[in-house]
Design a protein around this ligand. Structure first.
Ligand SMILES: [Cu+2]
Length: 191
């Protein structure tokens, strides 16, 4: 259970930067927006899972790049007070010292890599780290990594990201290839 502990540490660090954010007590396993107090319009999505052979929430498409034992935890929080969305990702058990691309996508994970649909975008159009949620990570010598993204807009209830897709390569930013990151190697459905 090292990943949740790591994630909690990460989240605690994140909360320290935002005085008064009532997000303590949110845990990766406790589900979706219902974590938020009824009075708060904040939105939270999370997921935590092992990329095991029989998993349905965490699906692997390339076992060479996502070995058995790999796992990931993600938390995405929109804070109406700041108008920002913060996303944190912690992984372990991946190949060591390797960069993977990672983005939030529009559909839940499925048996086929493309089931997760295109990238989630704030406004339809540009494939940029500002308009989408990118969480590329580079693993350490043990195959672990943590990363975070901050976007200057809020998630809206009628259009939420549904999955985290992990790709084989770092996300490209050159105009003709912006947002591309190679094959989809794993997917984690958000709740
Ligand atoms: Cu992607």
């Amino acid at each position: 259970m090292r990943v949740p502990a790591l994630l909690l540490a990460l989240l605690t660090a994140g909360c320290a930067q935002t005085a008064g954010t009532p997000s303590a007590g949110t845990t990766p396993s406790s589900g979706a927006a219902s974590n938020s107090p009824a009075a708060s319009p904040n939105t939270a999505l999370s997921a935590s899972g092992d990329f095991a052979p029989d998993a349905t929430q965490a699906i692997v498409y390339n076992r060479k790049l996502v070995p058995e034992g790999a796992r990931a935890s993600i938390l995405v929080e929109s804070e109406s007070e700041s108008g920002k969305t913060r996303s944190s990702l912690v992984v372990e058990g991946f190949l060591s010292q390797r960069t993977y691309g990672a983005h939030l996508h529009t559909m839940p994970c499925g048996a086929k890599p493309d089931d997760a649909g295109p990238h989630y975008q704030h406004r339809a159009g540009k494939a940029t780290a500002k308009n989408e949620i990118w969480l590329d990570f580079t693993t350490d010598g043990t195959g672990a990594a943590s990363t975070a993204a901050r976007n200057p807009w809020l998630l809206t209830g009628d259009s939420l990201p549904r999955s985290l897709v992990i790709h084989a390569q770092r996300t490209k930013t050159a105009p003709a290839k912006a947002g591309m990151a190679g094959d989809r190697v794993a997917c984690l459905t958000l709740t």
